[in-house]
Write a protein that binds this ligand. Sequence first.
Ligand code: ATP
Ligand code: MG
Length: 234
Amino acid sequence: MLEIKDLHSYYGDAHILRGVNMKVPKGKVVALLGRNGMGKTTLIRSIMGLNPPRISKGSIQYDGQELVGLSPHVIAGKRIGFVPQGRRLFASLSVTEHLTVFASKSQSSLWTVKRIYELFPRLEERKNNLGTQLSGGERQMLAVARALMTDPEMLLMDEPTEGLAPVMVQHLEEIVVELGKTGLGILLVEQNLYSALSVAHEVYLMETGEIVHHCLADELMNDRDTMQRFLGVR
Ligand SMILES: Nc1ncnc2c1ncn2[C@@H]1O[C@H](COP(=O)(O)OP(=O)(O)OP(=O)(O)O)[C@@H](O)[C@H]1O
Ligand SMILES: [Mg+2]
């Protein structure tokens, strides 16, 4: 379980996260929704120990251990996987190299290149292409695949469907649901409300660095007022 309590983060003097509380249990898909610039990526970066932002107060516990103050590689080593917004890939690595370079050293890892290629047949077709020689959707799949190769128990995904065609969005949704069933905890940041609601168990809504609403995904689906108020959805 990932448990965030009263988290405050800054960029310079700008106070972005203003007392965030959130829980992500294993085996659940938790969606974090909110309009542009509300602090979603800042929260993900804070969890991963990336700097900036600077955490001034609060705690982030994972299986009861405090993460605040640990370096990103130590946090990643606790089997917390990260799919960054904007699909950061290495231009000089092929698809297969991306997968092997990030592979968990553990013998018992669930994930092998073979299993990844079963999940993402498109990546296998492109296995010798460099990161730069992939379409946007293929890059996004590779970013997810690369995170899975680290054998995570908790996966933080920052807008994985951004810029994807509907058929790709659907494929990614199916994968997120499957991963949740295997016992992974997933924190999914999304702009795409309906995509998030179709895969998530729980939803948190963020506005200017605060959680303003927490409910089951099914409840939000029927709560037009809340959707309108915090997400601008009619
Ligand atoms: N490196 C940075 N330095 C200074 N301010 C930043 C930095 N990154 C983000 N911000 C500001 O912090 C606020 C929160 O940004 P953040 O990226 O967390 O939003 P977001 O909810 O992820 O938005 P989006 O949906 O557009 O990705 C914004 O006002 C943004 O301009
Ligand atoms: Mg963001």
